[in-house]
Design a protein around this ligand. Structure first.
Ligand SMILES: CC(=O)Nc1cnc2ccccc2c1
Length: 442
């Protein structure tokens, strides 16, 4: 472990435990996180927002194993996500992965459910996703993603619904359209350009994965990668020129108004007006997203200060099921990670107060009263009150603890009161104190 500590990146504590003899390394595996109570309260709060928006949008929750067959993720388009599979062979000799994304599992279940589900399907899930990166980059190897997907809606209504879900989520967190925008485009834009230069269909996916690096690689690097697929320099310039467009009317001038991409996008932007989230979205032809299977509208949310990576992203994938040997069903969806959004909330001072909140603390003042304290705790819990039963502590510690966990009542079980069937209740907010009959505690 001394070797590993020398390659640690900033922000990772050196695992001192690993150096001591015999003590296990108490850090979680590289690139993974523990969730101690305070972090878990924040995560639970965020996931509750995901769930509430899913409920508002009438989506049904589904879930899948984190472990999937490797076959679900073998794609030849050179995506980063498939080059970093957390894959291995299990004891039965099966090639398996810790899933890097959730969409293929959704598609697998839709195929498995086959005729027994009626379309459209609107499903959501919140699940952990994995990648295996050489730790030189010190990035995380896992994160949680909220996924919302619609199967069986071929028209842009589905994309419009998904965008509303994303905007509802941001609004629930206190984020506004001046903090965040959503870039929208369509892969059909690129399709139209490739047609203009009569570039063969089979290059489409590969070109998409390359141009997704626009903004991450220099223009020269992109040109070089595009040329290496065999594209003419004229086609490369044409692609980069069209993908730099930021206005739908300019796009219409270049591609013509009968191009599907233009019609889809115009329809989507008119829906946005009706939903009331038009000021959240903007056309940006450079958005292609890095997943091979997108076929139509694609979108990604970004912080307008440009400090962070994409907050969420998604798009239409009408031809994914046929890559698994099944009949195609039109589909679109998005993934919303648990990391960038928390960075944004910190930036905007929007993190909620994550302190604990307990109703009552019960404290027997004498060990002979431990029995009565138990029955009082039990009856209050049965009435739905959160009760922390504390004993073997000094009273001073109990008052401090009550403050720390924001208890409403402190119930002291003392001998003199108990002889009269009473207990002492301290209302911690007003510091008022009462004697109450034990069986009348509400
Ligand atoms: C910001 C962040 O943690 N991103 C992240 C972390 N882990 C992943 C794991 C699989 C796929 C994508 C991932 C993305």
């Amino acid at each position: 472990s001394s070797a590993s500590s020398s390659t640690l990146t900033h922000g990772e504590e050196a695992s001192t435990q690993g150096d001591a003899d015999g003590v296990v390394d108490v850090n979680p595996p590289r690139g993974t996180r523990d969730f101690p109570p305070e972090d878990m309260r924040l995560r639970t709060w965020l996931f509750d927002q995901f769930r509430e928006v899913s409920r508002l949008m009438a989506f049904e929750e589904v879930d899948f194993p984190v472990l999937e067959s490797e076959a679900l993720f073998i794609r030849k388009a050179g995506e980063e996500i498939t080059q970093q599979l957390y894959n291995f062979e299990d004891k039965g000799g099966r090639r398996v992965v810790l899933r890097p994304e959730i969409t293929p599992s959704l598609a697998r279940l839709v195929i498995k459910q086959g005729k027994s589900v009626s379309l459209p399907l609107k499903w959501f899930t919140i699940g952990q996703c994995w990648r295996y990166e050489r730790m030189t980059r010190g990035r995380r190897r896992e994160h949680y993603q909220w996924n919302m997907d619609i199967f069986g809606v071929p028209k842009v209504r589905a994309e419009a619904e998904l965008l509303q879900a994303i905007v509802l989520l941001f609004q629930r967190l206190g984020i506004t359209s001046s903090d965040v925008g959503i870039r929208v485009s369509s892969r059909k834009v690129l399709q139209a350009v490739l047609n203009m230069y009569s570039i063969p269909e089979h290059l489409f996916t590969e070109v998409c994965v390359i141009v997704d690096k626009l903004g991450k690689l220099t223009r020269e690097e992109i040109e070089k990668e595009l040329m290496s697929t065999g594209l003419s320099s004229e086609a490369v310039q044409g692609i980069i020129e069209v993908l730099s467009l930021k206005s739908l009317s300019k796009l219409e001038e270049v591609l013509g108004s009968d191009v599907e991409a233009v019609a889809d996008l115009k329809k989507l932007f008119s829906f946005a007006e009706q939903y009331g989230y038009a000021d959240w979205i903007c056309f940006d032809a450079s958005v292609v997203r890095g997943l091979a299977y997108y076929t139509g509208i694609v979108f990604e949310a970004f912080d307008r200060e440009g400090k962070l990576r994409a907050i969420c992203g998604g798009g239409r994938y009408d031809r994914l099921l046929s890559t698994f040997g099944s009949e195609d069903i039109p589909a679109c969806g998005f993934g919303f990670g648990d990391a960038v959004i928390v960075e944004l909330l910190k930036e905007k001072a929007l993190l909620p107060d994550m302190s604990r909140q307990i109703d009552d603390i019960i404290f027997p003042l004498d060990e002979v009263l431990e029995g009565p304290a138990s029955s009082i705790a039990s009856s209050l819990r049965k009435k739905g009150r959160a009760v922390d039963l504390v004993e073997d502590k000094r009273l001073k510690w109990v008052f401090k603890h009550a403050e720390r966990i924001n208890a409403s009542w402190l119930i002291l079980v003392g001998n003199s009161e108990w002889e009269r069937g009473m207990v002492r209740v301290k209302i911690l907010s007003t510091r008022e104190e009462f004697e109450v009959k034990a069986d009348e505690l509400e």
